[in-house]
Design a protein around this ligand. Sequence first.
Ligand code: KDO
Length: 330
Amino acid sequence: RRAAIGAALSVGVMVGAAGSAVAQDRMTFTLATAGSETDQRSVAMAQVFAPMVSEFADYQPGYNATLFAQGTELEAISRGNLTMSIASAQELAQFFPEFSIFATGYVHQDAAHQVRVFNDPLMDPFKQKVEDELGVKLLSVMYLGRRHVNLRQSREELDVQTPADLAGVNLRMPGTDAWQFLGSALGASPTPVAFTEVYTALSTGAVDGQDNPLPTVVDAKFYEVTKQIALTSHLVDLNYIAFSKETWDSLTADQQLTVQRAADAAAAWGRLKQLDKENSLADFIRSQGVEIYTPDLEAFRTHVQAQYVGSEFAAAWPEGVLERINELGN
Ligand code: KDO
């Protein structure tokens, strides 16, 4: 009986919102990502998010940056041309420099730490600002994984133990300031290349290497065009499920709750899948002729962290936030 009343009420709301006697038009949630269809975040959205919102919305993903170029998605949402994206902290830092704290090397410790940080009140002013000034709601945090240095050179040609070993290495990093800074902080010479161009850049030798988590190395087949991975774990990388505030405001309270739950469920499902892949893919990559080894992590951590101290990035971090993030760690 409760359910029947609930259904009647929501039909009533829909009729009211549509301003006519017929049921409200279905909505379309369009998502743009540079990721592939088989990327676990894409799979999570298609298999978990989409069915959960299917009562009132059709989910329409555009993969491989076919809808919008990598890094332009947030602006597209802001302008009302896109509903959703899988946004990075580095992209948000283009608008709000303080977001670089979440894009800084060796800050997040693992997937669980990312979730604790995202759900902590420390995030509230960050989320609020993005909502107020960009018209974008950050619904949930997705796990991309531990980024490592993946090179064309064999280990015999270049054994990466410390940042000094990356001197002069032309390392592809995504194209924003925060990413490029991280590349320099690792000791390399960073070059911006869009994700969809990385395979070609590696195969032609336009770059010496790239950095991404193991599941991405497999999904994008970077193992075909590289010879080694130094497990630097320099960034435990995340993405936010970004959603148009305008679309959000047009939803009923019930629909908002459903969208929020669907985003959280997709993020949780994708996180487990990605962690699982991360833990099991090394053997496959090795079988493809790529050497995987652990460099001097202390040397990398110390060097990378030292580059951020006193940097223009650190100057934008609100007081106490780094300390709070560290408190939420292990
Ligand atoms: C990349 O360009 O290396 C990166 O991993 C950056 C991430 O923030 C994310 O956007 C990702 O690409 C794309 O979704 C493709 O996997």
